[in-house]
Design a protein around this ligand. Structure first.
Ligand SMILES: [Zn+2]
Length: 149
């Protein structure tokens, strides 16, 4: 009998629970949303682009960004997808819609839930406004959703 045939193999999964820090920028971003109902971005000192969610370094010029700017709570839908199949990781029961939103004053896009799930009633260019959760939990879902305006 060869050595390989003597080995027993047990298949299974090992759970490895972990936590990781969100980092200083995401921490401030989430805190401003929950406590003050403000959506904040950071501005690049070189190219002037405003990033939301905030990043430490500009993707274009690699400059460190430290100037925080308040964006409005409104924006424009750039694209969307209606989620119709359920999986355990979704924040809501389908159907619901994820939209790519360009907040007023931002240079980057932001993905979040909007309050319309009928694709016939949605199109790029529509305006939306953030609706904040009454009891924040320090999560991105402290913006409960964006409503059509
Ligand atoms: Zn830049």
């Amino acid at each position: 009998m060869s050595e390989d045939k003597e080995k027993k193999i047990f298949r299974g999964r090992i759970k490895v629970p972990y936590k990781h820090t969100a980092g200083a920028y995401v921490e401030r971003f989430i805190t401003e949303i929950g406590k003050n109902h403000k959506i904040m971005g950071v501005k690049c000192p070189k190219c002037g682009k405003i990033f939301v969610p905030p990043k430490m370094v500009c993707f274009e010029c690699f400059e460190k960004m430290e100037e925080w700017v308040e964006l409005g709570n409104q924006g424009t839908i750039k694209g969307f997808t209606v989620v119709s199949h359920s999986t355990p990781v979704l924040p809501l029961k389908p159907p619901f819609t994820y939209a790519i939103i360009t907040l007023d004053g931002a240079s980057t896009d932001f993905v979040h839930i909007i309050n319309e799930s009928d694709p016939k009633k949605l199109k790029a260019g529509m305006r939306v406004e953030a609706v904040f959760k009454e009891k924040p939990r320090k999560r991105i879902l402290d913006i409960e959703y964006f409503k059509l305006i």
